[in-house]
Design a protein around this ligand. Structure first.
Ligand code: ADP
Length: 888
C-alpha cells in the first residue's frame, strides 16, 4: 500500500507533513553529532600523534639493534601513526563530503515538503472554490425559481381572470423573463455541478494520488541517499575497516615475531667477547724465600703458635659446611617440589600466571643451588686444607714455631719500629714551606703557629693504618684524627727539625676573599674546567646543609674536593696538622708536598688564580635597577677599577644552589663569545652573595620594549627594521658557527645599543652543542617562538633558532606585536602543524616575508642557515639604505 492510496485523508496529510518535519529534525541532529564526532576523531588522531611523538623521544641505542621487542614496539608506534593518519583523513572526509551531503539532502527535503504542501493546498482550495460557487449558483437558482413562481402565478391569474391587453402582455413578459432567468440559472447550475464533480473526482482519483505518489517517490529516493550517507558515516567512524584490521594485523605480526631466544641473538653476536682471563691467586714464593723460619709456600704453618687458631677455624668451617649442606638439601627439595608443580600446571589451561611464577622461582632456586654448591666446595677444600695436617699430627704436640727469638730479626716487628721511627723523625723536622712565599703560583706563605703534634705511639699508628684501609674516601673529610696522623707519617723523610717551623712569624691575617686562589662560590663545573693538570688547585666556598664550608679542589687523576675541617679549638686542617688560618693550612699543604689525604694521594702543585673575569663583589657598585630577570634584578653598575658602566644581573640569595648554577650558566656560555651583536660578557662576581653576572651595558634596554615604545617603535622605517634583522642574523650566524644553540631567541631577549644596534642576550637556555635533546620535560618553553621539532621531540639545533629568528623578524616588522595574537599556545601549535603561518606585518618587504616563511619551513632541513639569512638580509638592507650605511 503506497502513499497514493493510503494517505489521501486530511489526517494522513497532516501526518505526512509532520513526519517530514521529524525527519528534518533527525537530520539536523545527525549533522550535529557527526560534527562532534569529527572533532572527537580529530582530537583522538592528535592524541595518537602525541603518543607517537612521545615514543620518538626514546633514543634508539645501537645496542637495541636486532631487538625483537624494540622492533615490535617500533611497529606498534608506526602503526599508531598510520592509525592517527587514517583517523584524521576519515575525520576530514566526514567533515567535508558526508556532512555536506547531509546538508544538501536536508535542503532538498525541505523543498520537497514545501512543494507537496503547496500543491495539496492548491487542490484543496480548488474544491472549496467549487463548493462555494455551487452554493452561490444554487442560491441564485432558488431565487430565480421564486421569482419565476411568482411571475407565473401572476400571469396565470391575469389569464384566468380573462384579462387581456397591455396589462396581460406585461405580466406575460415578466413571466417569460423570469422563466428565462430560471432556465439560464438552471443551466449554469447544471454545468457547474458537472465541472465541480468532475474536478472532485479527478482530485480524488488522479490529482491527489499523483501528488502522493510523486511525494512517495521523492521521499524514497531521499531515503536511499540518506542511507548512503549513513553508510559512509559508519564506515568513516568504524574501527574495524579493512585498513584498521591491516594495521592491527601488522602490530600483531610484529608481536608474534618476538621470541625469547631471538631477542638477544643479534646483541650477543655483536658483543661476543672472550671470557675474562682467569685471575691467578698464586703464592708469592719470594716471601718465604726471605723468611728463614718454617713457612712453606701454599701449605699451612701448623705449629704451637697457630694450632689453636687452626682448630678454631676448622670447627668454624665444619659448622658452616654443615649449615650450607642443610640449606642445599632444603633448596633441592624445594626445587623438586617446584618441578612437580610445573608438570601439573602445564596440564591446566588457566594456570599461566602461576606457571610463570613457579618457573621463575625454580630458575632462582637453580641459580642459588649452583652458588651454594660452589660455597660447599670452597668450604670443603678449606676444611680439607686444615684437617689434613691436623690429622697427620694425630695426638702429637705441634712443633714449636720459634726456637730462638734472636734469629727472628727482619720479621714484621722490625717494620713497626721503622714506622715509629719515621713518625718521630717527622715531628722533629721543621716544615720547609714557609721560607719562600710565592704569590704567583703558591698561596701566601705562613706556617703553623701552634706546637707540634704530640708523638704518636706505634700502636696508635697501627690502629690508624687499619682504620684507613677500611675507610671510604669522602671528599676531603679526614676520617679520624688517627688518619691525620697517618698523613703526617708519610711526610717524615722530607721534614726538618721542628724548631725550624717554630721560628716562623705568622703573616698578618687577611680575609680569604683577598687571596687570588680563593674563588668564592664558583660552581663545581667551573672549578673542574679550571683545574687541568694534576696538582692544580684552588679554594672555594660551598654550602652544605645550610652550613658554609671551605673546599680545596685539586686535579689529581680526576678532580678531588676536600672540605677544610675545623678543630674544636677553631683551627683548620685536613689529615695533617692544624693551622690558625686557612691560608696557612693551604700554604703548608702546597709547600710540604704531602698528599692532602692519604687515600687520595692528591698533592698541591700549582695554585690556580682567579681569572680576569672572576670579579670581586666589592669591585662592583650597583647604581640603579634597570630590569628584572628570571633569577633576580638587573642593575646598572660601575666597576670600581675602571669606572666602566656595566649591566649586572644578580641572583636572588634565597634561590637554591641548583638555580644559582643555572644562573651562572649564562655567564659561562657568554664568556666565550666576542661579537658586536652579542652582549659582551665582562665577568662574574661570586666571592659572596648575591652572585652576579657583569656584562656590557646596552643602553636601549630590551628590543621588545624598544619596538613597542611610542618614541622609538613608531619612528622605525623599513631600513631600520632591516638593520635590526641584519644585526641579529650576524650575531646568530656567529653563534651557529660556534655550535651554540640559543633556544630562546626573541625580541624580549635582545637588547638595543647605540645607533639601534641589536645585541643578542639572555643565554640562560643556551647550549653549546650541535644538537641538544631536552629530556627533563618541556617546562617554560616559549611555545610561539619554538620550532615544531623542538616542541614535538625536544630536539634543538641551530635550525630551531632559525625558526625563532623568523618570529623575531616578524616582531621587528610588527613593531613588537605578540605573535599569533588571540591564539592560545596550544591552538597556535595546532595551526602551525596544520600549515598555518602568520601573515606579513604591514610594510614588510616581500623578500623579507618570503625569508620569514622559509625560516618557518616545517622540516628544519628546508630552512636556511644563518650565514645565508645574514647575506640575504644584508642585501635587502643595502638595497634600502644604500651601500655606505652601516647603521641607520
Ligand atoms: P633573565 O635572562 O634573567 O630573564 P634578562 O636578560 O631578560 O634577564 O634581563 C632582564 C631585563 O634587564 C632586560 O629586559 C633588560 O631590560 C635588562 N637588561 C638585561 N641585560 C642588560 C644589559 N646588558 N644592558 C642593559 N639592560 C639589560
Amino acid at each position: 500500500m503506497g502513499f497514493s492510496s493510503a494517505l489521501q485523508g486530511r489526517a494522513s496529510h497532516e501526518a505526512l507533513l509532520s513526519r517530514q518535519d521529524c525527519e528534518l529534525r533527525l537530520m539536523d541532529t545527525i549533522r550535529r553529532c557527526l560534527q562532534l564526532r569529527v572533532r572527537c576523531d580529530r582530537e583522538y588522531a592528535a592524541g595518537l600523534g602525541q603518543v607517537v611523538a612521545q615514543a620518538q623521544k626514546w633514543e634508539r641505542a645501537e645496542d637495541m639493534a636486532g631487538s625483537l621487542i624494540a622492533q615490535a614496539w617500533s611497529t606498534m608506534m608506526d602503526e599508531t601513526e598510520s592509525l592517527s593518519r587514517l583517523m584524521r583523513a576519515n575525520a576530514e572526509t566526514l567533515a567535508t563530503t558526508v556532512i555536506d551531503k547531509l546538508n544538501a539532502l536536508a535542503t532538498e527535503k525541505r523543498a520537497s515538503r514545501k512543494i507537496y504542501q503547496d500543491e495539496q493546498a492548491r487542490m484543496a482550495l480548488e474544491i472549496t472554490r467549487y463548493q462555494e460557487s455551487v452554493s452561490k449558483l444554487k442560491a441564485e437558482y432558488e431565487k430565480n425559481l421564486e421569482v419565476y413562481k411568482i411571475a407565473k402565478a401572476r400571469y396565470e391569474d391575469q389569464y384566468v381572470k380573462g384579462k387581456a391587453g397591455r396589462k396581460l402582455e406585461e405580466v406575460k413578459e415578466r413571466y417569460v423573463k423570469a422563466c428565462r432567468r430560471l432556465h439560464n440559472a438552471h443551466n449554469e447550475y447544471v454545468l457547474l455541478l458537472l465541472e465541480a464533480s468532475q474536478y472532485e473526482r479527478d482530485f480524488r482519483t488522479v490529482l491527489l494520488p499523483a501528488l502522493l505518489e510523486y511525494q512517495q517517490l521523492v521521499q524514497e529516493d531521499m531515503i536511499e541517499r540518506w542511507c548512503a550517507i549513513m553508510r559512509s558515516a559508519a564506515e568513516l567512524t568504524s574501527f574495524s575497516t579493512e585498513k584498521h584490521l591491516e594495521i592491527q594485523s601488522r602490530v600483531n605480526g610484529s608481536i608474534s615475531a618476538i621470541t625469547t631466544d631471538g631477542e638477544y641473538r643479534e646483541f650477543t653476536d655483536r658483543h661476543k667477547s672472550q671470557p675474562p682471563p682467569p685471575v691467578s691467586f698464586l703464592f708469592d714464593y719470594q716471601m718465604v724465600e726471605e723468611y728463614s723460619g718454617r713457612l712453606k709456600p701454599e701449605a699451612l704453618a701448623v705449629d704451637d703458635l697457630t694450632i689453636g687458631n687452626l682448630r678454631m677455624r676448622l670447627a668454624d668451617l665444619e659448622t658452616r659446611l654443615a649449615d650450607v649442606r642443610t640449606v642445599l638439601a632444603e633448596k633441592r627439595k624445594q626445587l623438586s617440589q617446584h618441578d612437580a608443580e610445573v608438570e601439573c600446571l602445564k596440564k591446566q589451561q588457566d594456570s599461566v600466571n602461576r606457571l610463570f611464577v613457579i618457573r621463575r622461582a625454580s630458575e632462582i632456586l637453580r641459580k642459588d643451588i649452583r652458588e651454594t654448591q660452589c660455597t660447599e666446595q670452597k668450604l670443603q677444600r678449606l676444611t680439607k686444607l686444615i684437617r689434613t695436617p691436623l690429622d697427620e699430627l694425630g695426638g702429637a704436640d705441634a712443633p714449636k714455631a720459634v726456637e730462638d727469638m734472636g734469629d727472628m730479626a727482619g720479621s714484621s716487628l722490625t717494620l713497626s719500629s721503622k714506622s715509629h721511627h719515621r713518625l718521630a723523625n717527622m715531628i722533629r723536622k721543621p716544615f720547609p714551606f714557609h721560607r719562600r712565599p710565592s704569590p704567583a703560583s703558591s698561596p701566601t706563605g705562613a706556617g703553623p703557629t701552634g706546637s707540634p703534634s704530640p708523638p704518636v705511639s706505634s700502636d696508635a699508628l697501627d690502629d690508624s693504618l687499619a682504620s684507613l684501609e677500611s675507610g671510604e674516601e669522602r671528599d676531603g673529610a679526614p676520617r679520624s684524627p688517627a688518619a691525620a696522623a697517618d698523613t703526617a707519617e708519610d711526610s717524615v723523610t722530607a721534614s726538618q727539625p721542628s724548631e725550624g717551623y717554630q721560628t716562623m712569624s705568622p703573616q698578618p691575617e687577611r680575609p680569604l676573599v683577598d687571596e687570588d686562589w680563593f674563588h668564592g662560590v664558583l660552581p663545581r663545573e667551573e672549578v673542574v674546567r679550571l683545574l687541568v693538570n694534576d696538582g692544580d688547585y684552588l679554594v672555594r666556598q660551598t654550602t652544605r646543609n645550610d652550613e658554609t664550608q671551605v673546599v680545596l679542589s685539586v686535579a689529581w687523576g680526576g678532580h678531588k674536593h676536600f672540605i677544610v675541617q675545623t678543630t674544636s679549638d677553631g683551627q683548620f686542617r685536613f689529615e695533617g696538622p692544624s693551622f690558625p688560618t686557612i691560608q696557612e693550612l693551604i700554604s703548608y699543604q702546597h709547600e710540604c708536598g704531602l698528599a692532602v689525604t692519604n687515600k687520595s694521594g692528591a698533592v698541591l702543585r700549582q695554585a690556580i688564580l682567579r681569572e680576569r673575569w672572576e670579579l670581586n663583589n666589592d669591585d662592583v657598585e650597583l647604581l640603579e635597577k634597570i630590569g628584572r630577570g628570571n633569577f633576580g634584578d638587573v642593575y646598572k653598575a660601575r666597576l670600581q677599577l675602571t669606572s666602566e658602566l656595566v649591566a649586572v644581573k644578580t641572583c636572588k640569595v634565597t634561590l637554591p644552589d641548583e638555580q644559582k648554577r643555572k644562573f651562572l650558566q649564562e655567564g659561562r656560555i657568554l664568556k666565550q663569545y666576542d661579537h658586536p651583536n652579542i652582549v659582551r660578557f665582562i665577568g662574574i662576581a661570586v666571592q659572596k652573595q648575591p652572585i652576579m653576572i657583569v656584562m656590557e651595558l646596552v643602553p636601549g634596554g630590551s628590543l621588545l620594549s624598544y619596538l613597542r615604545s611610542k618614541q622609538h617603535g613608531s619612528s622605525l622605517d623599513v631600513g631600520a627594521q632591516l638593520a635590526m634583522c641584519r644585526d641579529t642574523a650576524a650575531g646568530m650566524a656567529y653563534l651557529e658557527e660556534k655550535n651554540c644553540i640559543h633556544r630562546d631567541l626573541a625580541a624580549r631577549n635582545c637588547l638595543v645599543g647605540m645607533h639601534n644596534m641589536v645585541k643578542i642576550s639572555d643565554f640562560g637556555m643556551s647550549r653549546e652543542e650541535e644538537e641538544y635533546i631536552v629530556s627533563d620535560g618541556m617546562k617554560q618553553i616559549p611555545i610561539k617562538w619554538t620550532a615544531p621539532e623542538a616542541l614535538n621531540y625536544g630536539k634543538y639545533t641551530s635550525l630551531c633558532d632559525v625558526w625563532s629568528y623568523g618570529i623575531l623578524a616578524w616582531e621587528i616588522f610588527s613593531r613588537g606585536q605578540s605573535p599569533y595574537s588571540g591564539l592560545s599556545n596550544t591552538k597556535a601549535r595546532e595551526m602551525i602543524d596544520s600549515g598555518y603561518r602568520m601573515p606579513a606585518p604591514d610594510g614588510t618587504p616581500d623578500a623579507m616575508y618570503r625569508l620569514m616563511l622559509r625560516c618557518w619551513e616545517y622540516q628544519p632541513e628546508n630552512r636556511p642557515h644563518f650565514a645565508e639569512i645574514f647575506t640575504q638580509v644584508n642585501g635587502l638592507f643595502m638595497g634600502v639604505a644604500g651601500p655606505d650605511v652601516l647603521h641607520n
